[in-house]
Design a protein around this ligand. Structure first.
Ligand SMILES: Nc1nc2c(ncn2[C@@H]2O[C@H](COP(=O)(O)OP(=O)(O)OP(=O)(O)O)[C@@H](O)[C@H]2O)c(=O)[nH]1
Ligand SMILES: [Mg+2]
Length: 302
């Protein structure tokens, strides 16, 4: 690390050391060269970085000629969300707000060259979040867009939404629109944006990946789009479980019991329920009772 290297250089170098593909290494090197201090003491470093970059670019050219691909695949783990949008809309910034992933974020276009993956933990629910290379990038992955369970269309303005639409027309999952960078709007621009969303009947969420505005609301929207219920279990006389059992919407008491242990439902003598699906606390319900999100069930066995 050169003397007086700034935050950007340090971040790019860290990412460089973890890079798995040639494309990622090239992007990180470019960023390191851009952000390295430019003075006498860093000349050697700069020329060394440039030589390395040149070598990698040559290797990339050779790979292209021989048809070798270095595209990194994405393994789907559980419920999967993909962040989709044009370049610089703030997908990588949003990934770092939603998960513990540390993708490279720069003010330059097409920084993300292979999918970045993070895990969102929210109120007992675990979700895989994939930050995709931008639309228009040669590394954009239409396959992930088509198969993800949910898409978040990350845009800087509503015109971008129109440009994204053709790419998501064959998607299997639903989508949520997140209008990012609202911290840069003045009150008048914000009013206009909200009015346009209303008139076009777009259920967009206003977010800022810098200030964190709207991130909580986005997480709630993600959970409700997942069509799941979170059910807490409880033993008589004790507080309910800290983590919920996550089941598809319209699941029954029997399904909760079977989720705990196969065959468990046949040993239950009585079920007491407190929560959104009960008429009153501690209501006695049958095994076929349909649950709602955040219900608490208490099983009595003999
Ligand atoms: N003011 C403001 N800037 C943002 C916000 N989100 C992202 N940015 C900035 O926008 C630039 C691009 O952000 P990225 O997250 O790298 O964008 P991306 O969509 O991943 O873009 P590429 O991967 O490069 O195609 C960076 O300089 C970010 O700091 C935001 O909510 N507010
Ligand atoms: Mg990015």
């Amino acid at each position: 690390m050169p003397i007086n290297a700034g935050y950007e250089y340090v971040a790019a170098e860290k990412k460089y050391l973890q890079a798995q593909t040639l494309e990622e290494k090239i992007t990180c090197l470019e960023e390191m060269i851009r952000s390295a201090p430019k003075h006498k003491g860093s000349e050697n470093l700069l020329s060394e970085l440039k030589t390395r970059l040149k070598k990698f670019r040559e290797k990339q050219e050779k790979n292209k000629k021989t048809g070798k691909t270095t595209k990194k695949g994405v393994k789907k783990e559980g419920y999967q969300i993909a962040l989709v949008g044009l370049t610089k809309s703030g997908k990588s910034s949003l990934l770092s707000k939603l998960t513990n992933a540390k993708p490279l974020i720069t003010p330059h276009p097409f920084t993300t060259k292979s999918p970045e993956i993070g895990t969102l933990y929210y109120e007992g629910v675990k979700v895989q979040v994939v930050d995709l290379p931008s639309i228009g990038s040669e590394y954009f992955d239409q396959g992930v867009v088509n198969t993800a369970d949910l898409l978040i269309l990350v845009v800087g303005n509503l015109e971008e939404l129109e440009k994204i639409k053709p790419y998501v027309s064959r998607a299997a999952g639903k989508n949520i629109t997140a209008v990012n960078k609202v911290d840069t709007l003045n009150p008048e621009q914000r009013r206009k944006l909200e009015a346009t969303l209303r008139s076009k009947k777009i259920h967009g969420i206003l977010i800022s990946s810098v200030t964190g505005e709207g991130i909580q609301e986005l997480k709630e929207k993600i959970i409700s789009a997942m069509n799941i219920v979170r059910v807490y279990t409880k033993e008589p006389g004790k507080p309910h479980s800290p983590l919920p059992i996550v089941l598809p919407v319209n699941s029954t008491v029997k399904e909760v019991a079977e989720n705990i242990r196969k065959g468990f439902s046949s040993t239950i003598k009585e079920t007491r329920l407190t929560g959104p699906s009960s008429k009153f606390p501690n209501q006695k319900v049958g095994l076929s009772h349909i649950l709602k999100d955040r219900d608490i069930v208490e099983f009595h066995t003999n």
